[in-house]
Ligand binder design. Structure first.
Ligand code: NI
Length: 226
């Protein structure tokens, strides 16, 4: 499932992120690419121990915990601390699949990348190109969102970022290990949760709502690993 989370960051937060990020010194993104991806990756990233990147990444992690749409759709167990990238001057990232397991730098922790996330930080009118293109069973989806919007997509997908031919595209990206590894099961749970929330608003007294809520939790119990 591909899912957009609109206005994950406010206008003012986006402005503060941009101000802080533009002042940093950026490194060649190929340093963190796997051996297949390294040939197709041409962008810049902040070092994982850059203090501003750490601070902004922590802010994103806290905001994730307060975003019901993210919690319902991702059912997060572990999150790789967000990183930041920058595309300009034809910068691009050709077709690749993200590594299945990411180490959390400076810790013994490893995260299975069930879900990939991109948080767009640049005004889409300020650069040309830079669409995130994700392939799934229904074909190709090109995504270029407003600054502050986030997209989630299955970590299993082949994807690429089109060359940025004018302007600068800043983004944050990270991965989530979900309680539910399988994208199809996660999608079923998300749709069920959405329907139950609607029923809870519209028919709070209904015993069917209570029963369905029980089914949701029992499915989650069947399908989750911790
Ligand atoms: Ni990727």
């Amino acid at each position: 499932m591909m899912l957009q989370i609109p206005a994950f960051l406010s206008f003012e937060q986006v402005r503060q992120f941009n101000e802080a990020l533009h002042a940093q010194s950026w490194e060649d993104g190929r340093q963190t690419a796997g051996h297949l991806a390294v040939g197709v990756k041409r962008n810049l990233q902040l070092a994982h121990d850059n203090p501003v990147a750490t601070q902004l990444g922590d802010f994103i992690l806290q905001a994730l915990g307060k975003t019901p749409l993210f919690l319902s759709a991702a059912l997060p167990l572990k999150v790789v601390p967000p990183m930041f990238n920058r595309y300009e001057g034809g910068g691009t990232y050709g077709d690749h699949v993200d590594s299945a397991i990411r180490s959390v730098p400076g810790t013994p922790h490893r995260v299975r990348t069930d879900i990939s996330a991109t948080l767009f930080l640049s005004d889409p009118d300020s650069y040309e190109g830079g669409e995130l293109v994700v392939n799934d069973t229904y074909g190709e989806h090109a995504v270029k969102l407003a600054a502050g919007d986030m997209v989630l997509y299955p970590g299993t997908s082949l994807h690429h970022v089109r060359p940025v031919t004018k302007g600068t595209r800043l983004a944050a990206f990270f991965w989530v290990q979900s309680l539910v590894r399988d994208d199809t099961q996660r999608t079923i749970l998300y749709e069920m949760d959405t329907a139950i929330q609607q029923l809870t608003r519209e028919q709070p007294e209904s015993s069917a709502t209570l029963k369905l809520s029980g089914v949701y939790h029992n499915l989650l119990r069947q399908w989750s690993d911790t």
